[in-house]
Each structure stands twice: as structure tokens, then as C-alpha cells.
Design a protein. Structure first.
Length: 198
């Protein structure tokens, strides 16, 4: 008897005892892409960031920041998804930057999340409030304009938590997003590995 046969004998009984919600977590992933598609998509994700890596290296400016990774991944994995449309990517990141700048300069100017504040301090509260306000502003703007792109929620936190807060840095963020979107059609294309709901 193989290991998978043994698992199939034991798991169904456990699934019944755990209930349907937990049992769904134990289901095997059936929509796994082929190795070829996974490698092509991985190459496309990395390819989307090559120009930005070169800009960051050559300029010394932060042309690479955490929310670009999920944006590149979304563009490569689900290029036909509504949230991968260029206007949504650019618009949502713009809202993230604006919401982050407003919240940070209103509530937490001069603070940064990388400088730990004592527990229950006013500074920690100011940073937390800045993060919540920026996320709320960004979400509201994305939803009311239908310019939804989830990685922009990370962009707004990057700004509102004091990591990139100057107008120059805001310009770098937005120009990096434009470079990312401009790079996308230049790379050899294919349909990605998933077709999400629109």
C-alpha cells in the first residue's frame, strides 16, 4: 500500500469529524500549473522588476519596495484579471501614496516604524492611527472609483508608517509603478496561470 492510499483511508474519517470548513483546507490543490507554466510565470515576475532593480542600483533611490512584488506577481499570474489592468494598478498605487502621505503628515510626522516605540506610547499610537487612516482612505478611494489593486494597500502602509514619506520618495514610488506597468507589455506574453473572476 502506498503512502497516498494510506492517507486516503485515514483523512476522509478525519474530514468528517473536523467539519466541512476545516475539511476544505485539507483538499489537495487541483489547479496547480504545469512546471513549464510555473517557470515561465516566475521568469515574468522577475522580468517585470529587472528595470526597477537597475534603476534602484544606478540611482540610489528606492525604486524597489515591497508592494511592487505583489503587483508584479498579479500581472504575471493573472494578466487578464480586472485588477491587473494598467489604470487600476497605477490608480490604486496613486491612492495608496496620497492616503499614506495625508495620514502620515497629519498623524505621525517624524516617526517611523523602524524606530521602535515603547508599548502603549503616544508615538506608537500615532503610527498605528496613521496606518489605519491610510488604509481606510486607500480602500475607500479604490472601491468608489473601481480602481482596485490590492498591493496598493501595502504601498499606503509603507508611506503611512514612515518608510517613504517625502514628495521625492512619493514621486519615486509612482514612477516605479509606471515603469512596472510600461514593462509589462514589453515582455513576451502568455495568458498567465490562472483566470480569476473579473
Amino acid at each position: 500500500m502506498s503512502v497516498s492510499d494510506a492517507v486516503e483511508r485515514v483523512v476522509p474519517d478525519r474530514r468528517r469529524r473536523l467539519g466541512p470548513g476545516v475539511a476544505d483546507l485539507l483538499e489537495p490543490v487541483e489547479e496547480r500549473p504545469s512546471l513549464t507554466d510555473a517557470l515561465r510565470t516566475t521568469g515574468r515576475v522577475c522580468g517585470l522588476l529587472v528595470a526597477l532593480a537597475a534603476l534602484a542600483w544606478g540611482s540610489g533611490y528606492p525604486y524597489l519596495f515591497p508592494s511592487l512584488g505583489p503587483s508584479a506577481y498579479a500581472l504575471a499570474v493573472s494578466p487578464s484579471a480586472a485588477t491587473s489592468r494598467p489604470q487600476r494598478v497605477v490608480g490604486a498605487h496613486l491612492f495608496g501614496v496620497l492616503g499614506g502621505l495625508l495620514a502620515y503628515h497629519l498623524l505621525a510626522a517624524g516617526l517611523t516604524v523602524t524606530q521602535p516605540s515603547p508599548a502603549l506610547s503616544i508615538d506608537a499610537l500615532r503610527l498605528a492611527a496613521s496606518a489605519l487612516l491610510s488604509l481606510g482612505l486607500t480602500s475607500l478611494a479604490m472601491l468608489t472609483t473601481d480602481l482596485r489593486h490590492a498591493p496598493a494597500c501595502a504601498t499606503t502602509l509603507i508611506v503611512s508608517l514612515g518608510l517613504l514619506t517625502s514628495l521625492t520618495e512619493a514621486g519615486v514610488i509612482l514612477s516605479a509603478v509606471l515603469v512596472l506597468v510600461a514593462t509589462d507589455p514589453l515582455l513576451p506574453g502568455f495568458d498567465g496561470v490562472e483566470v480569476p473572476p473579473r
